[in-house]
Design a protein around this ligand. Structure first.
Ligand code: BDR
Ligand code: CA
Length: 323
């Protein structure tokens, strides 16, 4: 079984990513590290602790990550601190899980910082370990800065973020996870570490509707009802923010799925950078300076087997919903 660490800003699709991992017989979720984005680190860690308990896995350790972006960023108060944007609160609810109430966790987060946990896990598990960041990339950038060998020690890094062939979801250029900390994502792309990028190019093709969530609700279990109510909130928010799409994008679960089954996507090998200045700040784009270098460090997903993924998603998350 592949060992997974999910680095999450535990909002709604992050929670679906947790459920996907827990419902996967070919995966062992060895830990969750909390980043920021949809919610603060504190809230995301609380959500991760609470939902893993609701899903019957109080054994999964949850760690705190870096809680603010690298740069002093105007959008984040001008001083490098982090505040949840109105857009994020609209999509994920003010509590990050669609305003659904679930019991408070009975356990605390671990005291070891995320960066140390990830580096220790890379040393312990090597190629069996897969890292799946699906929020602000600050903690992963810090890991690679402290221990650049992590990228080549582990099985791989599969990140959800960016948009290459389609518009962003924060503005025409920029996807939310990159927008949270463009410097962090840029450092990862330039670190030499090999990364699979699961951007909006593919995640906006993998849509979930209320037909599927109704099945979870019908299980009658606390996990099934929670998953259905939370995800319906997300689907309703998508109906406003992306009218006519007919469902919600399964961003973060697709990254977990690709870590377990890389052939779900077709990819473009490319050296990427992130625009850090000007109006396109946060855009993921080919790095002209490294256009002709032989080694490409990013495999950017540009195609996805939608039917195969949705089948795996409904089976695996359905197993968690059934309790
Ligand atoms: C990404 O941004 C967050 O809102 C989601 O959880 C996902 O990781 C989509 O752009
Ligand atoms: Ca996320």
């Amino acid at each position: 079984r592949k060992k997974l660490i999910l680095d999450l800003d535990t909002g709604i699709d992050d929670t679906l990513a947790i459920a996907y991992a827990l419902g996967s017989p070919d995966a062992e979720l060895i830990g969750i590290t909390g980043t920021y984005g949809n919610v603060t680190v504190e809230r995301g860690v609380r959500n991760a602790l609470a939902v893993t308990e609701l899903f019957g896995h109080p054994d999964i350790p949850v760690y705190r990550g870096v809680d603010h972006p690298i740069a002093a960023d105007e959008a984040n108060g001008g001083d490098g601190t982090f505040t949840v944007s109105r857009g994020s609160a609209f999509i994920h609810g003010s509590n990050g899980i669609g305003e659904v109430d679930i019991p408070d966790p009975t356990r605390e987060a671990e005291t070891e910082p995320s960066v140390d946990f990830i580096i220790d896990a890379a040393e312990t598990y090597g190629k069996d370990l897969w890292l799946v960041p699906t929020g602000a990339m600050t903690t992963i950038a810090a890991v690679l800065e402290r221990e650049p060998r992590v990228g080549s020690m582990i099985g791989g890094i599969v990140m959800m973020g960016g948009a290459l062939t389609v518009p962003g979801n924060v503005n025409a250029w920029t996807e939310a996870n990159i927008a949270q900390d463009p410097e962090a994502a840029d450092r990862i792309f330039r670190s030499g570490a090999h990364v699979t990028m699961i951007g909006l190019d593919v995640t906006m093709q993998t849509l979930l509707t209320k037909r599927e969530t109704a099945v979870w609700r019908e299980t009658g279990t606390p996990a099934g009802r929670f998953l259905a109510d939370m995800t319906d909130y997300y689907i309703d928010a998508y109906a406003v923010s992306a009218p006519g799409m007919g469902g919600c994008g399964l961003h973060d679960p697709l990254a977990v799925a690709v870590a377990l089954a890389p052939t779900l996507v077709t990819t473009l090998p490319i050296n990427l950078k992130v625009d850090l200045d000007g109006p396109t700040r946060g855009r993921t784009i080919g790095d002209y300076d490294r256009l002709n270098t032989a080694e490409k460090t990013v495999d950017a997903a540009v195609g996805v087997d939608v039917a195969r993924f949705l089948d795996a998603f409904t089976t695996r998350v359905g197993a968690v919903a059934a309790g």
